[in-house]
Design a protein around this ligand. Structure first.
Ligand code: MN
Length: 196
């Protein structure tokens, strides 16, 4: 039985960048629905006792298990998304170790933001923009719908949800403004450091 993770901050804590109303629907309705659907789909099957990660890798690319994959992956993706955000008065900065990897992989922190924003805007329709590692260096990538780095043998370090439900109440069609606001103000650099 999977349960909806606890939100690591108050529903209002990401304002003005992400409104309480967006969190109410995004976490309380969308994320909850993925968890509920997953529980219904795996009930009584051999997947019932597996970890989310195992369910994702076992069902990826199998059309007959697409519903299970989509709900497991979306549960997992949202767990990372909320964990990657941190409300602070002064935006956090990366640790020396993370910054060095960013500089090696992208040239500079600004260049990393440019690259991440580029893939976030390039994704046509629903999906995710990610910072990932292959174990040695960092890269950005985009995935469509529920797909995620696990199916590409990469480890997610930061997730940015670019489904319209993630920003439409606050930014309407302006995905770029949402991406800018998150990257400038809400990145939980501790999460990235701890998961390197
Ligand atoms: Mn979402």
């Amino acid at each position: 039985m999977f349960t909806l993770m606890s939100l690591p901050f108050d529903q209002t804590a990401l304002e003005p960048h992400i409104s309480s109303r967006t969190i109410e629907f995004h976490y309380g309705k969308h994320h909850q629905a993925y968890v509920d659907n997953l529980n219904k789909l795996v009930a009584g099957t051999e997947l019932e006792t597996e970890t989310l990660e195992n369910i994702i890798t076992k069902t990826a690319g199998k059309p007959e298990q697409a519903a299970i994959f989509n709900n497991a992956a979306q549960t997992f993706n949202h767990n990372i998304f909320w964990s990657c955000l941190k409300p602070t008065v002064t935006p956090m900065t990366p640790s020396a170790e993370v910054l060095e990897m960013i500089n090696t992989s992208f040239g500079s922190l600004d260049e990393f933001f440019v690259e991440l924003k580029k893939v976030a805007l390039k994704q046509f329709g629903s999906g995710w923009a990610w910072l990932v590692t292959d174990g040695s260096k960092l890269q950005v990538m985009k995935t469509a719908n529920g797909d995620n780095p696990l199916t590409h043998n990469l480890k997610p370090l930061f997730a940015l949800d670019i489904w319209e439900h993630s920003y439409y109440l606050d930014y309407q069609n302006k995905r770029a403004d949402f991406v800018d606001a998150v990257l400038a103000n809400l990145i939980n650099w501790d999460y990235i450091h701890q998961n390197l």
